[in-house]
Design a protein around this ligand. Sequence first.
Ligand SMILES: C[S@@+](CC[C@H](N)C(=O)[O-])C[C@H]1O[C@@H](n2cnc3c(N)ncnc32)[C@H](O)[C@@H]1O
Length: 329
Amino acid sequence: MSRTPAYAAELRTALSRAARGVDERELTRATEALVSRYRSVAPASAPILASRVHVAAYAAYRMPATHAALSRVMADLADRGLAPRSLLDLGGGTGAAAWAAAGAFDSLESVTVLDQVEDALTLGRDLVADAASPALRGATFRRAVAGAWPQLEADLVTVSYVLSELDERQQDGLVADAMRLGRAVVVAEPGTPDGYARVLRVRSALLAAGWTLLGPCPHSMECPLAQGDWCHFAARVSRSAEHRRLKGAELSYEDEKFSWVAAAAPGVLDSPTREAISGRILRHPLKRKGLVEFQVCRPDGTAGREVVSKKAGERYRRARDAEWGDALP
Ligand SMILES: C[S@@+](CC[C@H](N)C(=O)[O-])C[C@H]1O[C@@H](n2cnc3c(N)ncnc32)[C@H](O)[C@@H]1O
């Protein structure tokens, strides 16, 4: 799997073009306000992206990270044989999931992003104006509010970093809507204990409805992670100079932690070519001389240690390249 998402550079160029003309001090203040709001994890009684400057701040400091996380997810699903022709992104904001899907799926022909904040949709539209991907360039950005989505069906529906802004009843309603509108669904959340708890709830709803899990779990039994642990992954995001300035950060990269679940409706993706994965890597692998040690979630519903030694030949060579979040080679 490529570690640099397709279109990351193109998105970066579009983002820096969009940031021109926005007052630097206002942008910094809005970034600080968003950072502290997203830390609080409480349902929002009014849109958090409250103005054009908040939207610009979100796009500059958060979108590269949500795009990087979603790109890992989409690449994983593409490896598993998912090839959606249409994408519907609920609460899609400035379009991070659309960029990630266009980068992973050559099959993608149509993209619709729905959100309650008009300014986010306007910026999303500006960002894709010169995109190389025809699906992205032709994307529709349309205003809609959770609970009253237009009746648009799609091969893939994404709900990315939205649930934490809703109460539990609204979260359940949004997931039910995603399942009603999509043949496959991806939900991503911050890789925190409470983000994982929300993802686990979504996983239960998907399984209760008879959907087939596509990832990250290699099984549909109870999650084996012990109390105090949580299933999450990391995507590396390179920070532009603008990004570093806004966050007052020095490092040229950050690691975005995320939790996710994806599933397909009954009858979708039951092709004989789809192979079950042999495990999911839950931590950074320990690479020592002649062996690689993994913490994995296994297809039998357990989690624990797996070692691949040099004797395994080709499997060992693939194990050396494997990373946290990948399928176990
Ligand atoms: C943290 S942002 C995530 C944006 C985008 N999905 C991403 O991954 O970068 C949450 C988005 O959900 C949207 N949202 C929250 N509640 C909503 C609602 N009730 N109806 C429609 N959109 C909503 C917000 O306007 C915002 O754009």
